[in-house]
Write a protein that binds this ligand. Structure first.
Ligand code: NAD
Length: 457
């Protein structure tokens, strides 16, 4: 074990030595046959050729790192790619950490609230219970509901997956019937709503947000930016002293006012965008996570030897690189398309590390776009070979883009911003539907020699 690795969870090196672990330097740890690490490896960290690496590798957001692992001939497994099936529940680190995050989100709401959560009958008067709204009722949302209920709050919740209603009600919360229903995709995950449905959801949710003392948001769509459920207007419509805890901040946020990693105060409404929330409950988060790692490692071993059974759904699902090659189809796809000039790379592959549409300030949104461009594209290609087009609804563009890129008079309802490092160079517009007549006049004219990343907002 790397010296001091447990310190943040108040576990000392001696605790590990007592149960038989050898403690050494980081270099000693990386020389092991198998390395278990929470975060993805830094550029300075390399495994031994032929060794095993297990961790949160975030492979789709950083396919280049995966390419490096393959080149180093590391057998790498991503914890987040373990299939969410019953047999793999004891290895499901997404679930264990979402449970921690949901619990902590309810407490953060209580801590930042100006009110009690429970109803209190005292000599000084009767205090009504706080009203909490939970948006997104997956693992984190359900744990937030359970925790807020234990604290005595009156809880309502909404999720686009109708199957969740029963689970919400079994925890003593009220499921909002909003007449907005989304599909359930592979693995039980939600599928993104259509634009119309999304707008309708925002409008309906806005009314409930205004009546809530705290809102906890957890809505995510795998591989995409978090859906914006609470508009800036809806958040500002809350009573002063109310709180929004946006657990989706890492994916851009479910509230338009969320600033990832910060707490912002808008006229007395505090919007929290906490990052890496499980690390704020380090002991139990670590215990649960280490149990997930342990169960997965044991799943890969037979009689103490590594024996990969690639016919097994859990092993093959989590495998990212092996024998110098990339084993995961989605990552291969992400890397393959990046190398083809003029291909469109959808936000599915590139969204998690940047999400300008979650930012309300125009200069900030532009800065995020430029950073994305410089970091993601210019690093891979010569800057002049690369163009990025961002396609958004007109209203999103007006909100996000600084003049002179906003407010053009072009007729279509989608606009495309073309950037060339290090600054934005032009704005062209394109129609959402290529068969629409205006597509001819306003289609973006990217030079054919350019790599074309296109992202829909
Ligand atoms: P998640 O973190 O991907 O998303 C959180 C929630 O946000 C989901 O419930 C989703 O429906 C909801 N959501 C997305 N868009 C929304 C919108 N526009 N408005 C409102 N809500 C929205 O989800 P998760 O917690 O990881 O769970 C994903 C699935 O995996 C669920 O079906 C869950 O039951 C399943 N799961 C299965 C196992 C297992 O072992 N069988 C374990 C854990 C989770």
């Amino acid at each position: 074990m790397e010296r001091g690795a447990g310190a943040e969870a108040h576990l000392t090196d001696a605790d590990y030595q007592e149960v038989g672990a050898a403690v050494g330097s980081a270099a000693d740890a990386w020389a092991a046959d198998a390395v278990l690490k929470v975060a993805p490896p830094e550029p300075s960290e390399s495994s031994r050729a032929g060794s095993l690496l297990i961790g949160f590798l975030n492979p789709l957001a950083n396919p280049e790192r995966v390419r490096r692992l393959a080149a180093e001939r590391v057998t790498a497994f991503a914890m987040e790619a373990i299939p969410r099936i019953s047999r793999a529940q004891s290895m499901d680190a997404l679930s264990s950490q979402s449970n921690v995050a949901g619990y902590k989100a309810a407490l953060l709401g209580a801590e930042h609230s100006t009110r009690f959560y429970p109803m209190l009958t005292t000599a000084a008067g009767t205090i009504p219970p706080a009203r909490i709204l939970v948006l997104g009722a997956g693992v984190a949302g359900l744990q937030a509901i359970a925790t807020a209920r234990r604290l005595g709050a009156v809880v309502s919740a909404f999720d686009v997956r109708p199957a969740v209603k029963e689970q919400v009600e079994s925890l003593g919360a009220n499921f909002l019937e909003l007449d907005v229903e989304g599909a359930e995709g592979q693995g039980g995950y939600a599928v993104a709503l259509s634009d119309d449905q999304h707008e309708r959801e925002q409008e309906l949710i806005g009314r409930h947000v205004a009546e809530s003392d705290a809102v906890i948001t957890t809505a995510l769509i795998p591989g995409r930016p978090a859906p914006v459920l609470i508009t800036a207007d809806a958040a500002r419509g809350m009573r002063p002293g109310s709180v929004i805890v946006d657990l989706a901040a890492e994916a851009g946020g479910n509230c338009e006012l969320t600033q990832p990693g910060e707490t912002v105060n808008h006229g007395g409404v505090r919007v929290l965008g906490p990052l890496n929330v499980p690390a704020s409950v380090p002991l139990h988060a670590s215990q649960m996570l280490s149990r997930n790692f342990q169960n997965f490692l044991l799943h890969l071993l037979k009689k103490g030897e590594l024996q990969l059974d690639l016919a097994d759904e859990i092993t093959s699902g989590a495998l990212i690189t092996k024998d110098g090659a990339i084993a995961n189809a989605a990552v291969k796809n992400a890397l393959g398309t990046q190398n083809v000039p003029r291909c469109a790379i959808s936000s599915r592959q590139s969204s998690s590390s940047w999400s300008p549409w979650s930012t309300t300030s125009r200069p900030a949104a532009t800065a995020v776009l430029i950073t994305f461009f410089q970091e993601q594209c210019a690093r891979t290609f010569a800057p002049r070979e690369c163009a990025v087009s961002i396609t958004a609804s007109s209203s999103a563009f007006e909100r996000l883009m600084p003049p002179p890129y906003s407010g053009t008079a072009c007729p279509p309802d989608r606009k495309t911003l073309i950037m060339r490092a290090p600054r934005l160079i032009s704005l062209r517009t394109s129609a959402r539907n290529s068969s629409a007549p205006e597509a001819k006049t306003c289609a973006p004219l990217l030079p054919s020699s350019h790599h074309h990343f296109s992202v829909s907002v």
